[in-house]
Design a protein around this ligand. Sequence first.
Ligand code: MGD
Ligand code: MGD
Ligand code: SF4
Ligand code: MO
Length: 806
Amino acid sequence: MMKRTSTGTGTAAGSVTALRVCPLCEATCGLELRITDGRVTAARGDAEHVFSRGYLCAKGASLPQLLGDPDRLRRPLLRDRATGEHREVDWDEAFAAVHAGLRRVVSAHGPAVVAAYLGNPNAHSMAGAQHRPAFTRALRTRAVFSASTVDQMPMHVACGLVFGHPSLIPVPDLDRTDHLLMLGANPAVSNGSLCTAPDFPGRLAGIRARGGRVVVVDPRRTRTAALADEHLPIRPGTDALWLFAIVNVLATEGLVRPGPLAAHLSGADSVAELAAPFTPERVAASCGIPAETTRRTARELAAAPRAAVYGRMGTTTVEFGTLTSWLTIALNAITGNLDVPGGAMFGRGAHGRADRVPGGRGGGRGWRTGRWHTRVRGLPEVMGELPAAALAEEMDTPGDGRLRALFTIAGNPALSTPDSARLAAALAQLDFMVSVDPYLNETSRHADVVLPPADPARVGHYDFALGALAVRTVATYSPPALPPYPGGMAEHDILARLTLIALALAAEPADADATTDAELPVEDPRPADAAVWTDTAVAAFHEYLIEEALRRAVTEPGSPVAGRDVAELGALVDGDGAPERLLDIALRTGHFGDAFGARPGGLSLATLWANPHGIDLGPLEPRIPAMLRTASATVELCPDPIVADAARLRAALDAHEAAEGREPSMTPGSPEAPESPGLTLIGRRHLRTNNSWLHNVPAMARGRDRCTLLVHPDDAARHGVRDGGSARITSTAGSLDVRVQVSDEMMAGVVCLPHGWGHGLAGTRMSVAAGHPGVNTNILTDSSRIDPLSGTAVLNGIPVWIGPVG
Ligand SMILES: Nc1nc2c(c(=O)[nH]1)N[C@H]1C(S)=C(S)[C@@H](COP(=O)(O)OP(=O)(O)OC[C@H]3O[C@@H](n4cnc5c(=O)[nH]c(N)nc54)[C@H](O)[C@@H]3O)O[C@H]1N2
Ligand SMILES: Nc1nc2c(c(=O)[nH]1)N[C@H]1C(S)=C(S)[C@@H](COP(=O)(O)OP(=O)(O)OC[C@H]3O[C@@H](n4cnc5c(=O)[nH]c(N)nc54)[C@H](O)[C@@H]3O)O[C@H]1N2
Ligand code: SF4
Ligand SMILES: [Mo]
């Protein structure tokens, strides 16, 4: 195949443009980058991109500053354990240090004491999808943690139980719905999550322009609430009660109408039974929503021709996160809005696999959690991962199996996960730590070796993770906009080398008592005794990945290339490097693929190259029952773990009613209950932030202080704090001093602090961020409070006390 060039047409003198999908959030906007003198000098929306049509936000526009950030690491760093200082080294020295450090830990204690933490940007790179999984498997450890358990894991669990696979997550069909009931989401700022839709705000406006209705349920009057027809303030953590009350109204008023889905649904009657105790009147005080409003909301939902219920962070990172996520699915199902246009539908990436029996009945083995447990608290594994809330205790609690080494890949758990003070201390006392990260930040400052990947302009891009969550099926491939810089290394090449090191160590004899029961699911492609991370070994590893992908494709049921010859297909694979070749295989063997010639006109890498503004494969289509993976081949609407958790919710409501008179609300916030804290804490995001890592970009840092505590005027008066003054905020986990911003956006009894701040720590190298550090709200997050079914930390709805400082 001919080598293709990436940069496009010339513009102003000396400049060219290149197209690139933005890697910063889930909206996947097409950008047009201007490149001058080998640098990205400007970014604007790609007006011709089939999905985003020119939309971009302030973060996308700041990409040139991010790429050119002088603090961005371009060479590996090695840490001197005596001084704590990091110094630049070459790649060979860095990988040699990884090899030696990992060998020291694994030969003494076995691979089970090595942990990995995978952060959010893994969902936004090809390397995260293509190379990262082999690395964590090669580590042979069960101690894999990720940002999912401070994010969307409850939705995975709900979908795993109901549909039989945790990745089958329905998304609101924004462009065709007449009614959107949105809980705990602020897409006007976040640009959407678990729902990929560039220009989310424009699409919300579209619903209203069509005569539809948008209802936002949120303790704060957010930008999104301001765009809606109606805003219902709700007490943090009580959405499960409220959604059950909606089900209760539908059931008692004869409004349960699953429609054609009924044929593929089991357990719908049990949902109504579960909801029986939760009347609108009973939950009103806890939720802060009058019973009449709840009844009206239920009737409006039932009456809308096409409606979707959608919940995000405010519904997942709460005490009943899985139950709440499940309720959104259940409501869509019993109102006849699941898997129909305008309702909640299943996305499918352009590379997505074919459903098992095309057009036929699905079915599978079902899905479960708890295949292994954490050492200290016995918390169950979910999707092969352990809760981030347990990371610190697994590292700092003495005993057999204590975690002694850690790899962080694209993560900043020191700011992003619970009980940060304890976690920072635990990171500091690890035997060995490696961070794959472009910044020396609050997490990587603890790393013995920091491996910085080349920036996104220098690698290709295709959205593997987000395609399945998009409101339309769209495919865009962005080739590297710039050549590799001298001495830089792409993330996939870093991960390939780390995998080779882990595989080589697996082949070495270990100490007698350092045993593991984990088998080795990745083959070491090198000949015996070959050097570990040479270019030749990397090439062999890439060949192995490509062959594996083909082997899987020819054996998978329903695959359009089932039964064909791996060597025959291998000769047809297109693309310049391993990431492109793996993408070509995924595209061509997927649902829309050309099946390596068997389906002319189907997708391949070549068709993506020919369409640089993306290919639109149309709106979502119904997929039940063929996509189902439950044992019964039905939507199992009332699985046992959900029934049990509904009993836990009922018990919580009963307990609070028993305490009636002393404490009129299930959540803290009542002055009549002095033993309970005064207030509940929730989080927020800002247009110019991206979790913890854009605060070093000058355009993102400019302007007013954003790390403020929002307090309702009545609460400010009651607790003696004033606008612009300092307050001390205290939870069961820790205490912070923070600047107060009095705001009637807040529901009374609820205060709000953003996450991702707390910069300027010793040993970090983020000069802009250090100039406006803010405070780390996760010092207040109590790692003992989790949603038990998913292990997800309670980040929203934290009981806190506040008072003036001094
Ligand atoms: N209190 C509270 N805490 C929260 C949240 C909240 O709402 N409230 N939100 C949670 C959510 S939703 C999430 S997703 C998590 C995020 O948790 P994390 O993923 O742990 O944290 P991020 O701040 O996203 O850090 C991303 C890291 O990746 C690095 N990075 C950026 N690009 C690349 C790349 O291309 N390759 C590599 N290798 N590294 C890269 C950055 O420098 C940074 O160190 O935070 C969670 N924490
Ligand atoms: N600008 C910007 N965009 C981002 C990010 C960012 O940091 N900055 N992060 C990205 C990431 S990783 C993610 S996961 C997404 C998250 O995307 P979203 O979930 O849309 O973003 P949040 O701002 O966390 O919105 C959660 C909302 O829930 C509300 N809330 C809190 N507690 C409750 C509750 O108990 N019930 C209800 N009903 N509401 C509650 C909060 O007030 C808040 O408005 O955003 C992504 N996009
Ligand atoms: S909305 Fe998201 S994808 Fe679009 S430009 Fe902004 S950060 Fe990038
Ligand atoms: Mo997230």
